[in-house]
Design a protein around this ligand. Sequence first.
Ligand code: G6P
Ligand code: MG
Length: 218
Amino acid sequence: MSQLKACLFDLDGVVVDTAQFHYAAWKSLANQLGFDLTPEQNEQLKGVSRMESLDIILEIGNVKLDEGTKQRMAAEKNQHYLELCQQMTPEDVLPGVRDFMDQLVAASIKIGLGSASKNARLILAHINMLDRFATIVDGTRITKGKPDPETFLLGAQDLGVEPTDCVVFEDAVAGIQAAKNGGMVAVGVGDPAVLAGSNLVITGFEDLSLATIQYLFE
Ligand code: G6P
Ligand code: MG
């Protein structure tokens, strides 16, 4: 029988509100190319790697670019994104996240990070949370992005737990699919209408008790 032994957290939009900065930076790139990016279209980008996101955006705008220009645009987006992140402080960790992690530590439940971002360590350092995670799986370690389960399977392996004993917290459709594809329990953070397929959807970590999550294993 499965039992809650580890929690794997996505980073952007789950631990810290960097999802808004990714969106702002992609939107301004789209605007530069002469079209707009709606919040609905942005949902397709969440959890998806930098280059894949750019491909999706170019398809939305029906713009074709050569490989060199694409690399340059992705680098520009990243620079803009990192500039926006400069305004972030440890106060920007999403409400309730630290308290929830304290509950996990008290119950000896392991904590890992599973993000597509190549900036994950940098962001975690910025918000002073690097030492909260027993393992960090980020965009520099994976070969297949979400919805492939690789990110979370690696996390479970690092923590020495079975995938079925893990809960994944995700704000992205691709991330929920990745968790399910890996045989894990998936908790959506955000809008239930967007995150269909989750075992549970929460609006945030504020007042989330460990018992609510443990209940998913009964
Ligand atoms: C996360 C975010 C995506 C972002 C991706 C790559 O999955 O949800 O919006 O595109 O990471 O991030 P990076 O920081 O490497 O560009
Ligand atoms: Mg996310």
